[in-house]
Design a protein around this ligand. Sequence first.
Ligand code: GTP
Ligand code: SPV
Ligand code: MN
Length: 600
Amino acid sequence: MAEVVTRNKKLLDWVNEVKELCTPKEVHWCDGSEAEKALLIERMLETKTLKKLNPQKRPDSYWAGSDPRDVARVEDRTFICSERESDAGPSNNWREPSEMRETLKSLFRGSMAGRTMYVVPFSMGPIGSKFSLIGIEITDSAYVAVSMGIMARMGQEVLGVLGEDGEFVPALHSVGAPLAEGQTDVPWPCNPDNRYIVHFPETREIWSYGSGYGGNALLGKKCLALRIASVVARDEGWLAEHMLILKLTSPQGVVKYVAGAFPSACGKTNLAMVVPTLPGWSVETVGDDICWMRFGEDGQLWAVNPEAGFFGVAPGTSEKTNPNALHTLGKETIFTNTALTSDGDIWWEGLSDEPPAGLIDWKGNPWTKDSAGPASHPNARFTVSVTNGPSIAPEWEDPRGVPISAILFGGRRASLVPLVTEARDWEHGVFLGSVLASETTAAADGKVGNLRRDPFAMLPFCGYNMADYFGHWLKIGAGADQSKLPKIFLVNWFRRSEQGKFLWPGYGDNARVLEWVAKRVDGSVGYQENALGRVPEPGGINTDGLSITDEALEELVRVDGELLSDEVASIREHYSQFGEKLPEALAKQLSILAEAASKS
Ligand code: GTP
Ligand code: SPV
Ligand code: MN
């Protein structure tokens, strides 16, 4: 491995400071090389953090089983420590910054004893692009260091761009499990009773303690590219969003780029990689989770995927539902909390109809269909480089990004919300985003299946007052050339019949909705208006080759009057938490909806 060099004084000072505070046994500057990755993997095989998968089945791939108490993001342990409480807003946990600093300092004091402290330089966005943000994660987890090397551009090259006086976001992470002299390590060290995922938006700092899992620990992702970046975006006039980005090509070869915000585990990865069931249409992936958008000189909104990897939900992924994902995972992948097969491969619910015999569950115990609980944790995930994917669009890392024609908002709604609804204009679209609701999933700790408001799919990820964020979206639209703004749509793949069955087949058939969206952007297909917005006319959605009844299709775009009245009341309550800060335009949109509801 090459010697990592930086003359960035701020960085050198910070690394020294952290070293003194956390007292690791050694410091390792990550250069991002293959040799380094091999070394770290070797260490993790020794500590049983990783298991090597059968190379005949899945070359260069590994399995990790987390501590069963550390399996997802912890929203109630995530904090936005702005100077003023009102800047964090009612939807974030706030703590007074200096108090929180004291708490963190005492937690981190000696927290890396007996461990290696990895200094991980990373770039969110292509290295050297003027739109990218550089972060330095200091972590005592080799699993995190290797994962960061997959999820972001990582290593010496980033330090080169940082130079002597470049700016970076310091992101300090410890699993919170110091080792005493001679103490043997556990496979997944963590401190589940003492987790803190903390952001200081004004000073652009991240401190994370006690968890080694996903967004709690891979700090470039939700902490930097969403919570901190949303604050930067507000200040600089752009958008940092929890969105997929896809490239849609029609049979005539016309290309459109679409972004989509769906809450965690609600279908972004699946739509970004979708294989259309419609002949002649194709979808390629630009990004599956995070999207940064800003206006180009041409007045269009251009989107960049700041990540370099996928950290995707494993359960439900199959050759039928998402073949592109499966092919992406054929090699060089880390699987966390999936089940293991007897021949050294992985398995999860949905991968095949029948579980293979001889499974070991995600906790490492033998598993059969009679066992309590699933074989794979519902939030089991794969970590893999974007470049492994067969569906990746060639322009995915163009530093200019791709011009967006349509923005989708979607959630899991068993009733009320139609398959697709077009907003009447930008302001109405912002309204639809601001009231987005979805049933909770296993991506975060807590109960699954509860309907909650998750505005713009950003509830857990907005680094400032959500009402100010709504205002920022309105401002972005108001300042733009209206003819070049993306059209906004609300989608719902999850509507159910009275018997509880999904009314829409989803997955590859979602391309039928993308076709309608593309045609609405061109104005080449009509719509009918209801209280929520514009929905397809009968026959508007292409159902060639699909066995779905006309009644089911009608039901899929119907808005029930009674449910809508309940919805209006619930939106009122949702909005009331923002008090005076709620933008007037949104209050106006709500009264328009209330008026329409009273007539329907
Ligand atoms: P995060 O990575 O947590 O932000 O999630 P995501 O939005 O990328 O979600 P993902 O695409 O991984 O989907 C999560 C779950 O939703 C998986 O279990 C999928 O099988 C399921 N899902 C995705 N698309 C559809 C669909 O069209 N219909 C149905 N019924 N389920 C879907
Ligand atoms: C999500 O929960 O939205 C994710 C997974 O994409 S994590 O990186 O853990 O946040
Ligand atoms: Mn996500």
